[in-house]
Ligand binder design. Structure first.
Ligand code: NAD
Ligand code: UDX
Length: 479
C-alpha cells in the first residue's frame, strides 16, 4: 500500500468522495471515520446511510479492499498521510453571528483531534465548505496543540462541488477539481501530492490550483451564483403569472444565449438543500464583518426571494381553494429537497407544509425516499435547529400530519395535490384514477413544472403551474 488517507466525517460528502477515491486508486488505503456509530455501522452494510444513485455499487467494489469505515478516529487519523476533513459546518444557531455565520465547532474539534494524535507530518485537506480564511485559524489550532516538534501540517483547501442525487456522476467526471494551497515549497509539494490522487481519473487540465483564500471563497461564490440564478428565474416566474408569459419559454429563450447558458434556470417552489442558504448566509456574514454592507445586502436578497417564492406558493394554494383550506386534505407529493435523494435539509417542502398547516390544512405527505420519522422531525423543529434541537423544539403531533406509503392513498379524498419535488415517478401516475378519488373541484399545484398540464386540465383538474399563465378559474379567485 502507498499513501494512507483518512477522512473525518462520513456524511453526504465524506462517504461518496472517499468511495470514489478508493475506487479509482486501489493502491491507496482510504478510511472514513466518524463519531456517529450508527452512520458508520450503516456504511458497513448494504443499506447505506444516504440514498444516492450508483453509490452502493461503488462502495461494494472498494469496501474491504482499500475502503474502510470506522469509528476509531484516533487510530486512522494518526496513521494517515492525508486527512480530509468533511465535517458539517452548519449555520450558527446562537451567539455572535447566530443565523448567519458558519459554526466551526465540528471543524475545530476535528483539528484538535488531528493535532493530538499526529506523530508524523500530514496534509490536512479542507473538504467542508468553510468561511474564507478558515485555513489560517485551523493552522493555529493544529500548531498550538501538537506537542511533537517534528510534525508539520500543510493545509490545503479542496472544496467539493458534487450535487446530491448526481454525486457519483459529478465525482466521476467533475467539471473541475479545485486545490488551494500556499505558494511555498512545502505548499506546492502538498498540492502536487493531492493532485496526484485526483489524476488517477481526472484530466490534468481540470485540476485547478489557486491560493488558499481563492479556493475557500470560490466554493461560497459558486453556490451563491447558482442560487442567485434560481432566485432570478423565480422572481421572473411571479412576473410571468402576472402578465401571461410562460417562465419555461422565457428560460429556454434566455438559456440559448451562450453567455447565460441553459442550466439552473428551472423555476421552482424554491431552492433547498443543506448548502445554498447556509453558504449565502455565510457569505453575507463575512461581507458584514469586513464592512461591505452593500455586498452583504445584494446576496441576502437571493434568500429573501427564495422565501418569497415559498410564501407565494402557499398563498396560491389558499386563494385557489376559495381562501380556506381549513380541514381540507391536501396531498403533498415529495418532501426531499430535490429528486434522487432522501435528504430533506432546508427542503422548500418544510416551509410550504408549515404554511399550509398554519391555515388549518390536513396534510398527507408521500415521498419515495424520505422516512416518516424525518418528516415529523423536520416539521416539528425550529428553523436553524436541525443540528442542535433546542428545548423549544416540539416534535410535531403525529395526528397533525399523515404520511402515506403510496401516492394513491395520499390523494384519496384530497382537495388538492402539491408537487414539491421533481421525482420522475410523479410524471407517470394514473392521474385519471387519482382525480376520481379526489374531492371536486380537484386541484393540482405543480411547484416543479414536471406534469403534463394540458392533459391534467382535460381530465378535469384545476391546475396551477408555477410561472405559467393562470387558469381562468384561478384568476377569478386570486385577483
Ligand atoms: P453531514 O452532516 O452529512 O456529515 C458530517 C459528518 O461529520 C457527520 O456524520 C458527523 O457525525 C461527522 N463529524 C462531525 N464532527 C466530527 C468529529 N469531530 N469527528 C468525527 N466525525 C465528525 O454533512 P455533509 O452534507 O457531508 O457536509 C459536510 C461538509 O461538506 C459541509 O461543510 C458542507 O457544507 C459541505 N458540502 C456539502 C455538500 C452536500 O451536497 N451535502 C456538497 C458540497 C459541500
Ligand atoms: C449544490 C451545488 O449544486 C453543488 O455544486 C454543491 O456542492 C452543493 O450544493 P445540491 O444542493 O446537492 O448541490 O443540489 P442542486 O442540484 O444544486 O439543487 C439545489 C436546489 O436548487 C434544489 O432544491 C433544486 O431543486 C433547486 N433547483 C436547482 C431549482 O429550483 N432550479 C434549478 O434550475 C436547479
Amino acid at each position: 500500500m502507498g499513501l494512507k488517507i483518512a477522512c473525518i466525517g462520513a456524511g453526504y460528502v465524506g462517504g461518496p468522495t472517499m468511495a470514489m477515491i478508493a475506487l479509482k486508486c486501489p493502491e491507496i488505503e482510504v478510511v472514513v471515520v466518524d463519531i456517529n456509530e450508527a452512520r458508520i455501522a450503516a456504511w458497513n452494510t448494504d443499506k447505506l446511510p444516504i440514498y444516492e444513485p450508483g453509490l452502493l455499487e461503488v462502495v461494494q467494489t472498494a469496501r474491504g479492499r482499500n475502503l474502510f469505515f470506522s469509528t476509531d478516529v484516533n487510530k486512522h487519523v494518526g496513521e494517515a498521510d492525508i486527512v480530509f476533513v468533511s465535517v458539517n459546518t452548519p449555520t450558527k444557531t446562537r451567539g455572535v453571528g447566530a443565523g448567519k455565520a458558519a459554526d466551526l465547532t465540528y471543524w475545530e474539534g476535528a483539528a484538535r483531534v488531528i493535532a493530538s494524535v499526529s506523530t508524523k507530518s500530514k496534509i490536512i485537506v479542507e473538504k467542508s465548505t468553510v468561511p474564507v480564511k478558515t485555513a489560517d485559524a485551523i493552522e493555529k489550532v493544529l500548531r498550538r496543540n501538537c506537542t511533537d516538534p517534528n510534525v508539520q501540517f500543510e493545509i490545503l483547501s479542496n472544496p467539493e462541488f458534487l450535487a446530491e442525487g448526481t454525486a457519483i456522476e459529478d465525482l466521476t467526471m467533475p467539471d473541475r477539481v479545485l486545490i488551494g494551497g500556499k505558494d511555498t515549497e512545502s505548499g506546492r509539494a502538498a498540492i502536487a501530492t493531492l493532485a496526484s490522487v485526483y489524476e488517477h481519473w481526472v484530466p490534468k487540465d481540470r485540476i485547478l490550483c489557486t491560493n488558499l483564500w481563492s479556493a475557500e471563497l470560490s466554493k461560497l461564490t459558486a453556490n451563491a451564483m447558482l442560487a442567485q440564478r434560481i432566485s432570478s428565474v423565480n422572481s421572473i416566474s411571479a412576473l410571468c403569472e402576472a402578465t401571461g408569459a410562460d417562465v419555461q419559454q422565457v428560460s429556454r429563450a434566455i438559456g440559448t444565449d451562450s453567455r447565460i447558458g441553459s442550466k439552473f434556470l428551472n423555476a421552482s417552489v424554491g431552492f433547498g438543500g443543506s448548502c445554498f442558504q447556509k453558504d449565502i448566509l455565510n457569505l453575507v456574514y463575512i461581507c458584514e464583518t469586513v464592512g461591505l454592507a452593500e455586498v452583504a445586502n445584494y446576496w441576502q436578497q437571493v434568500i429573501l426571494m427564495n422565501d418569497y417564492q415559498k410564501q407565494r406558493f402557499v398563498e396560491r394554494v389558499i386563494s385557489a381553494m376559495f381562501n380556506t383550506i381549513k380541514q381540507k386534505k391536501i396531498a403533498v407529493y415529495g418532501f426531499a429537497f430535490k429528486k434522487d435523494t432522501g435528504d430533506t435539509r432546508e427542503t422548500p417542502a418544510i416551509d410550504v407544509c408549515r404554511g399550509l398547516m398554519a391555515d388549518g390544512a390536513n396534510l398527507c405527505v408521500y415521498d419515495p425516499q424520505v422516512e416518516a420519522s424525518q418528516i415529523y422531525q423536520d416539521l416539528g423543529t425550529e428553523k436553524f435547529e436541525w443540528d442542535h434541537p433546542s428545548p423549544r423544539s416540539r416534535p410535531i403531533a403525529k395526528s397533525a400530519i399523515d404520511i402515506a406509503m403510496d401516492p394513491v392513498s395520499a390523494a384519496n379524498g384530497a382537495h388538492g395535490i402539491c408537487i414539491m419535488t421533481e421525482w420522475d415517478e410523479f410524471k407517470h401516475y394514473d392521474y385519471e384514477a387519482l382525480y376520481e378519488s379526489m374531492v371536486k373541484p380537484a386541484f393540482i399545484f405543480d411547484g416543479r413544472n414536471i406534469l403534463d398540464h394540458a392533459k391534467l386540465r382535460e381530465i378535469g383538474f384545476i391546475v396551477y403551474a408555477l410561472g405559467k399563465p393562470l387558469d381562468p378559474f384561478l384568476q377569478k379567485h386570486y385577483d
